[in-house]
Design a protein. Sequence first.
Length: 340
Amino acid sequence: MSKKIILGIESSCDDTSAAVISDGYILSNIVSNQKVHQQFGGVVPELASRAHQQNIIPVVDTAIKNAGVNKEDLSAICFTQGPGLLGSLLVGSSFAKSFALGMNIPIIAVNHMQGHIMAHFIKEKGNEIKSPKFPFLCLTVSGGHTQIVLVKSFEDMTVIGETLDDAAGEAFDKSAKILGLPYPGGPLIDKFGKHGNKHKFIFGKHKVGELNFSYSGIKTSILRVIEKGIEENDNFIENNIEDLCASIQHTIVDILIKKIMKASKEKGINQIAIAGGVSANSYLRTRLLELKEKYNKEVYIPKFEYCTDNAAMIAISGYYKFLDNNFSNQSITPKSRLYL
Ligand code: KG4
Ligand code: ZN
C-alpha cells in the first residue's frame, strides 16, 4: 500500500505553520511566529492575516522541502477550519483549497482544539512515544480555551467542563501585562516563576461549580496586591518579580489540577493528558507528574514543540480523518467559532 503523505496547514492565530506527516510519522514541522504583535501587547487581527499572507508560501515550501518529499507525493492537504481569527483562518484555508485543487488531491478540515489533543498521536521515527489509550481526559489549555475534554476516540470528543470567561493562557498573558511584561507573557511568568516563592502572595480564586473554570477575577486580585505594594515601595514589582510570577502561576495552575482531579474521580478515568499552549508551562507539567507519583494517574504530556500552535497537530488529525475517508468539500468555509 502506498504511503499516506499529509500536508497540514495551521493559521488560526499568530503563527503560520506547515507540517508533513507520512503514515503518522512526522517528517517536518515549520512554525513562523509573528513578532509584529509584541509592540501592541496582544494579537492585532488585521496584522496577523497580512503576516500569514506573507509567510504561507515560504513556510509550506520549506515544510515540503525539509520533509524530503515532492508536492506530487502529497495524498491530501488539511487545514485549520476554526476556531480562531477569521482573517487568519481565511489565509490558511484558501491556500489549502487552491493548492489541493491545483494538485487534484482531497482537502480535510480540522478543528484546532481537536488538533491540540491529537498532538499526543504524532509519531517520531527513532523516538517512540506512548500515546494515551481511549478513553482519556484531556485538559486543553490555550490562549483562547480552557476545557476538560472526554476523549473516547479520534473523532468522539466531548467537552465536559470549560471556562466561563477568560482562558488560562489569557489569565497568564493579562497578568504578565499588569507586571509590565511583553506579549505573550505566559512563557515569561514561567521563566521568572521558576525561582520564586509561590506562597508569597495570595490571589483570590473565583469559585465556579462542576468542572467549569473562571479566570477573569484574578486580574483584579493581582492589581490590588500590586497597588498596595507600590504604595509602600515604588519598585515593588521589580523587587518581587520572581515571587509574583511564582504566586500567579501557582494560582492559575492549582485550579487546573483540582478540576482535572475532580473530573478523573467523577468519570472514573485515570488517564490524563494535557494539550495547548499552556501545557508548555513547566510548573503545570511538574504538578501533573505529581499526580502520577501521588495518585497513580497515567499522565501524558506532549513534547514542547507540539504544545503551542503548530501544523503537525493538524496534519496528524487529518491523517486519521483520511483513514476514515472523512474528506471535506471545496465549498467549506472557515469558522471563527467552531465547537468540538
Ligand atoms: O495554543 P496556543 O499556542 O495558541 C492558542 O490556540 O491560543 O496557546 C498560546 C497561549 C498563550 O496564552 C501563551 O502565553 C501560553 O499559551 N503559553 C504559556 C507558556 N507557553 C505558552 N503559558 C504559560 N507558560 C508557558 N510556558
Ligand atoms: Zn492553539
